[in-house]
Ligand binder design. Structure first.
Ligand code: PLP
Length: 285
């Protein structure tokens, strides 16, 4: 069973689980940009409600979502759990709360509560126990375990979305990721970095750990090479950005935008800016 919570403290509305609920442009779908909780339902009641509400409230705050109306979630959960036990008796269930930034077109958050039966495997494992292997988490750039989908453009963009919100709060429009503070340059939040150096040279950091291989950067380099520019994939330092003629963020839809201010410091335009723009235009035609 699904209950959809109306934004800003409205009621919870029962939704037919056989019918679609989310829109194509929901941040939960497009960027995984939201928070969730999973609760156990026993004997018709959600267990540890207060603990879940506390963590959920903190998660939502950390992700820049409007404050959680705890009474609204509590009410919807009680209703869904009661309905569950009305048809399933004392069978245990899983209750999931999901709260996302919602539709890009409306800007309103999306929120819903689901109650569904536990898989037989979950119950069986309580009896049987599990076999386990160890691994690192893959959180740092030097920690890339075998399973880690490095270089894949996955839907897990919640961190990126959070970084962009943080940038906007400070009056900036984009983010440039570094390996460490003032360390090696990686990429923009959703773009590749290209640096123009004196002597018609283009540089971009190597793709791999922490840097997605950009199709725009590749297309620009290909045409630039053909036109006599010297294009190289090289590690770039934070200081290189200030010594360059110009610094650009490039990606499929933005094409190329010049970075004119970095951490509050002005980055001047270069003598070849118009040529770079023409080059990008031609490379993406
Ligand atoms: N790096 C990241 C993390 C991105 O998300 C993107 C595009 O969204 C890019 C680089 C640029 O890729 P492309 O030029 O293929 O659009």
């Amino acid at each position: 069973m699904i209950y959809v919570l109306e934004p800003f403290g409205g009621s919870a509305r029962r939704h037919n689980p056989a019918l679609p609920h989310l829109y194509f442009d929901d941040a939960a779908v497009t960027r995984g940009d939201g928070v969730f909780e999973t609760l156990l339902v026993r004997e018709g009641r959600a267990v540890k409600m207060d603990r879940h509400l506390d963590r959920f409230t903190a998660s939502a705050r950390a992700m820049g979502l409007p404050d959680v109306d705890t009474r609204q979630w509590e009410r919807a959960t009680a209703e869904a759990a009661a309905e569950w036990s009305a048809t399933n008796g004392d069978a245990e269930a899983r209750c999931t709360w999901t709260y996302s930034h919602g539709r890009a077109s409306s800007g309103l958050p999306t929120a819903w509560v689901i109650v569904q039966g536990l898989s037989p495997e979950t119950c069986e494992l309580r009896e049987r126990g599990v076999k386990v292997v160890t691994t690192t988490r893959g959180y740092t750039l030097t920690d890339t375990p075998e399973w880690f989908p490095g270089g894949a453009k996955t839907l897990s963009y919640a961190h990126t979305a959070a970084a962009l919100r943080w940038a906007r709060e400070q009056g900036a429009e984009d983010v440039l990721f570094l390996e460490s503070p003032e360390g090696k340059v990686l990429e923009g939040a959703t773009s590749s970095v290209i640096v123009v150096k004196p002597g018609r040279k283009l540089r971009t950091p190597p793709s791999g750990s922490g840097v997605l291989a950009g199709t725009t950067q590749a297309a620009i380099f290909e045409l630039a090479e053909a036109r006599g520019w010297r294009c190289r994939t090289r590690e770039l330092t934070y200081e290189d950005l200030f010594e360059a003629e110009s610094v650009w963020l490039v990606s499929s839809t933005r094409m190329a935008v010049r970075v004119r201010r970095l951490d509050g410091r002005k980055l001047p335009g270069g003598p070849l800016d118009d040529e770079v723009r023409e080059l990008v235009d031609a490379a993406l035609s």
